[in-house]
Design a protein around this ligand. Sequence first.
Ligand code: UD1
Length: 418
Amino acid sequence: MSEHFRVRGGARLRGAVDVVGAKNSVLKLMAAALLAEGTTTLTNCPEILDVPYMAEVLCSLGCTVDIDGDTIAITTPTELSHRPDGESMRKLRASVCVLGPLVGRCKRAVVALPGGDAIGSRPLDMHQSGLRQLGAHSDIEHGCVVAEAENLHGAQIWLDFPSMGATENILMAAVLAEGTTVIDNAAREPEISDLCTLLTQMGAKIEGAGTSTLTVHGVEALVPAEHEVIGDRIVGATWAFAAATTRGDITVRGVDPHHLDLVLEKLRIAGAEVTFGEREFRVVQPERPKAVDFVTLPYPGFATDLQPFAITLASVAEGTSMITENLFESRFRFIEEMMRLGADARTDGHHAVIRGIEQLSSAPVWASDIRAGVGLVLAGLCADGDTEVWDVFHIDRGYPKFVENMTALGADVARVNA
Ligand code: UD1
């Protein structure tokens, strides 16, 4: 059935919101469970569509996955299949993270190219190159990444770019390789540190978590573990932008504010008052936001996933902002939808120039990915009248209880079955 959100403009969001575990962490932690025979348990998991999609991928490999509220128990058998179901693989991007664990444990993987957000070309060359350096042969054959190794051995690996996915796959293959692997220019996102924490609990020997050099001393086998997923900094930042954009007052609980240092500093420049508690922060925006420039970069830079919210903020800010996108070229597709709402925006290659206007004008708009969908809902809150946001299944893939949270903060957002 086709669904959309009807968003009524005008609300200033106020209240408190609890953020649970990070999508971009839990899905990789689920893949990590493949590395140890037995039951690995994850808590503080978000109830989002990508979790059962990832469970489908693991079940197609022979695992049993039990999802009970915010707890996921993954039981991995002694004998694993090396070929996950192709259709399940194509439902999400993070499915590609079974590649490293399968090569590590089975020395063989045939993994269909993943799906996920259409935000630009998302090659796997660094994933493959890393696995090759660990001793595997890897090619793309008939729509699948094929990787095979007689033996995996440690290696010195320099990544061209600190890719999250490549870091995760190489790390999860290296934990069971013979000898020491050093991954240089590794991604430093908090979700990578979270993965290192779980792997270490499972018996892996990893040094340098959270830095750009990860040193992995391979071990023979890992054991299952229990782990609490870190709070979702991208969802936390979404609510921070929601407060700043709607001139509201939101307390965000369950996220480490230090994961959002740069984001919160940018919002301060836009005129927000930001205060901190332990694993919580509050953003109050008393007046119309001021224009701010944003440049997307790997962590600790400004996350590309937050770029749509930066554009929404800039669209209603006082003054002109420049947004620079350095990771995914198609993310500016979001701007076409913002222009339906009256945003004054121009793009030129990697840059977008946005001249803020007082109020947007409601219209039907289409979400092209998870973050774009939420960006359009925030924009709808700053428009006159009712905005329809279509293709909201994207939002359900990444935001637990989205409409409930919006309503609790005073927004008039309704899910409509057409
Ligand atoms: C992850 C996140 C996504 C986020 C992105 C960047 C998940 C499920 N998704 O995606 O939400 O926007 O990190 O923070 O965790 N690249 C290559 N070759 C490769 C791998 C990557 O050229 O082999 C390029 C990509 O095209 C992109 C950049 O590296 O320009 C970063 O991509 P990467 O960090 O790998 O993103 P994902 O892990 O796919």
